[in-house]
Ligand binder design. Structure first.
Ligand code: SF4
Length: 348
C-alpha cells in the first residue's frame, strides 16, 4: 500500500537517524538498535510488531506519523528463464522496476535508484522516458525488503532505473543499512553499483564504501561515446579511468567495465584495441553485453562471432573479458529495457 504524504517511513533510516527518531519520541538511544533489528532483520510490516518497544512507545511513534514504510510490488512478470520483473511504488505517479535473477545458488536483485533518469543515454528505455524524481532511501530499500524471496537474496546490483551517483545520499544510506552490523550485516562484496560515470559521485562512492563498481563504458572513443552518452561531455571516460586507476582494485573489490555491443558501431578490432589501451593497469574486467533492439532504434545487435572475436582480442591484450548471458529479454527485463510502466499484459 502506498504511504500517504504525511507518513514518515522508518525503513531507509540509518542507525544515527533512528537515534534521532527515538529522541524525538522520548525513547532511550538503545531503542534505535531495537528498531533497526525489526526493520532490517525481522522485516516487520507494522510498528505494533516491534514488541520489545513498550506499548506507549509504539503508540507515540504512530501518533508522530511514523510507519514502517514497506509496500508490496504492484505487479510482476515472469520470464521463461526464471527472471522476475517487479513493479514497485517509486515517486508519486511513477512506478519503478526491480529484477530478481535466480542463478543456481545465487539470487540477485537489480534495484532502481530513480524514477526515470536524466542522463539521456540514447540506447536506454529508462533514459528515453526522462526524469521523474529521486527515490527516497525508503523506496530503494523497500525493493530489497519487500521483494518475494527477499531472504534468498545473495547479491544486490544498482543497475535498474536511474543513475545511482545522481541520488547518492539515498544510495549511500541503503549501502550502509545493507552492510552495517546493526543492519543486514552483508559483506560489501555482495553489492555492485553501476554508474554512467559522474566523476565526483564515483570518487565518493569509491572512497566511502567498499562495494564493487561497474562503469557503463560502451565506447572507448570520446566523440563516439558522447554521441550515445551525453555524460561523456562533462566527464570524459579517459579522465574517469585515470581517477579510478589510482585505487587498489586487485584486492577485495572489483572494477568492471560494462560494454553493450552494437553491430558496426563499437564491435571492431579498432574499438577492442582502444578499450584495452584505456583500461591498462586498472585491473578492470570487461562484461560484454549484447544490445537488445529497442523500438524505433536503428542500432542492431552484433553477431555472436563478432562478440567472441572482440572478447578474444581483449583477452589477448591482457584484459579479462567475458560475454555476459542476457536474462529476462522476453519480459523486457534485460539491460536498458526497464521502463517502469504497468502497461504490459504480462504484468499482473
Ligand atoms: S543507461 Fe543508466 S545512466 Fe544511461 S539513461 Fe539508462 S539508466 Fe540512465
Amino acid at each position: 500500500m502506498m504511504n500517504t504524504p504525511t507518513q514518515r517511513p522508518l525503513i531507509g533510516l540509518t542507525l544515527e537517524q533512528l537515534r534521532d527518531v527515538a529522541a524525538a519520541v522520548g525513547l532511550k538511544p538503545f531503542a534505535a538498535k531495537q528498531m533497526a533489528a525489526w526493520l532490517y532483520c525481522r522485516n516487520v510490516s507494522s510498528i505494533d510488531e516491534m514488541t520489545d518497544l513498550s506499548k506507549a512507545a509504539r503508540a507515540r511513534l504512530i501518533a508522530e506519523g511514523y510507519c514502517i514504510g514497506r509496500s508490496e510490488p504492484i505487479a510482476s512478470a515472469v520470464s521463461a528463464d526464471g527472471t522476475v520483473k517487479y513493479l514497485f511504488d517509486g515517486v508519486p505517479g511513477h512506478a519503478v522496476e526491480s529484477v530478481f535473477i535466480p542463478d543456481g545458488d545465487r539470487a540477485t536483485l537489480c534495484v532502481s535508484s530513480q524514477a526515470g533518469c536524466r542522463m539521456g543515454c540514447t540506447f536506454c528505455m529508462t533514459g528515453r522516458q526522462g526524469f521523474h524524481g529521486n527515490l527516497s532511501a525508503a523506496a530503494i530499500i523497500n525493493q530489497i525488503l519487500s521483494v518475494p524471496g527477499t531472504d534468498d537474496l545473495t547479491n544486490i546490483v544498482f543497475m535498474g532505473m536511474g543513475e545511482p551517483t545522481d541520488n547518492l545520499d539515498a544510495v549511500m544510506n541503503v549501502i550502509e543499512i545493507l552492510t552495517a552490523e546493526w543492519g543486514k550485516a552483508w559483506s560489501p562484496k555482495r553489492i555492485t553499483v553501476s554508474t554512467a560515470g559522474n566523476l565526483k559521485g564515483l570518487k565518493r562512492l569509491v572512497e566511502q564504501t567498499k562495494v564493487h563498481i561497474a562503469v557503463s563504458l560502451h565506447n572507448p572513443f570520446s566523440a563516439e561515446r558522447a554521441a550515445i552518452m551525453p555524460i561523456e561531455r562533462a566527464y570524459p571516460i579517459a579522465e574517469l579511468w585515470d581517477m579510478l586507476r589510482q585505487y587498489d582494485w586487485a584486492h577485495q573489490r572489483r572494477l568492471s567495465a560494462e560494454y553493450v555491443m552494437w553491430r558496426g558501431d563499437n564491435d571492431s578490432m579498432r574499438h577492442a584495441n582502444a578499450l584495452a589501451h584505456l583500461l591498462r593497469g586498472s585491473s578492470a574486467r570487461v562484461n560484454l553485453i549484447r544490445y537488445h533492439a529497442l523500438p524505433g532504434s536503428p542500432q542492431r545487435p552484433p553477431s555472436t562471432a563478432a562478440m567472441e572475436a572482440f572478447r578474444d582480442r581483449l583477452n589477448d591484450l591482457g584484459i579479462n573479458a567475458t560475454i555476459r548471458a542476457s536474462r529476462g529479454e522476453d519480459i523486457d527485463a534485460a539491460c536498458g529495457m526497464l521502463a517502469g510502466k504497468n502497461d504490459k499484459n504480462e504484468l499482473t
